[in-house]
Design a protein around this ligand. Structure first.
Ligand SMILES: [Zn+2]
Length: 286
């Protein structure tokens, strides 16, 4: 085999480096105060067919190296291999295996002056934020607090008249971490100018953010005798109908008292889509 050296394209090399940063979009908040602007729904992000700024997933943790969406709690089937497995274990061992809800949302990191935070490269910081059910409740409560009435909730994700959240984390470990989440006091603000001038990269459609595994793949992970990477995970289904929990759920920890969630309007969805389109066509022309 002969070596055929080709000239390095340094532009591609730097682009590749930039891409590596983009491929870990999950935001992990260090202890301290942060400012977060939740962005409108992208793609098929919806709950009960209405646009939703977050995508909910009921997830099993601690099995293999991955998180496993619970097919049963997400209404895809009446059986879930992990739930079935856990139900046969003593309570103490089963507890960490029960599924819990997470909400994934696209965010833009902001600063204390309610302007976008910049990365080392000077770019806007688009991230994906995962919150548990409790913190989603705090976000909904913050929306209710700045809204006049519960029937007419403000869209805090509005690009022109939305609200930035102040997110304070205290503690470092899972046991001692506390979250304080509320809308910033300085009021509504617009981020349109920044997005229009600097462009919006293609943001992920979070309705398919966590891939679903086929039941056989989950069983293989549970029995520890298969390479989880042997077969690619099936593409995620689009989960739309995540209604209130089914009445027959009696073995869960935290969802018994679920209340009807009020839909939060997402008027900026089309605008955000247009801005992403614009950035894409602009990039194509460059
Ligand atoms: Zn399950």
């Amino acid at each position: 085999m002969s070596n055929e050296f080709r000239k390095t394209n340094m532009k591609s090399a730097t682009e590749g480096y930039d891409l590596m940063g983009q491929h870990s979009p999950l935001w992990v908040a260090d202890p301290g105060v942060h400012y977060v602007r939740i962005l409108p729904a992208v793609g098929n992000m919806a709950i009960n067919d209405r646009p939703s700024f977050y995508s909910p997933f009921s997830l099993h943790w601690g099995i293999g190296n991955t998180v496993i969406p619970c097919r049963r709690r997400m209404g895809l089937s009446s059986q879930c291999p992990v739930c079935a497995y856990a139900s046969k274990l003593p309570e103490k061992e089963a507890k960490p295996l029960w599924p819990s809800w997470s909400a994934y949302m696209n965010i833009l990191l902001m600063n204390s002056s309610d302007e976008p935070e910049r990365g080392n490269d000077g770019q806007l910081q688009f991230k994906v934020w995962r919150v548990g059910r409790e913190n989603l409740g705090k976000i909904i409560a913050a929306v209710e607090l700045v809204s006049d009435t519960a029937d007419d909730l403000l869209d805090i994700t509005d690009l022109d008249q939305g609200w930035t959240l102040r997110v304070k984390r205290t503690g470092k470990t899972m046991e001692d971490t506390k979250w304080d989440i509320g809308c910033i006091k300085s009021g509504q603000s617009s981020i349109t100018e920044y997005l229009e001038e600097e462009g919006v990269p293609p943001l992920p459609d979070l309705s398919t953010f966590v891939p679903f595994l086929e039941p056989e793949e989950i069983v293989a992970l549970l029995t520890n005798n298969a390479d989880p990477f042997a077969t690619a995970p099936a593409p995620a289904r689009n989960v739309r109908a995540l209604a209130a929990p089914r009445a027959d759920e009696d073995d869960e920890d935290d969802d018994e008292d679920e209340e009807e969630e009020k839909p939060v309007r997402s008027s900026g969805q089309e605008r955000l889509k247009a801005l992403m389109e614009k950035a894409r066509t602009k990039k194509g022309k460059d």
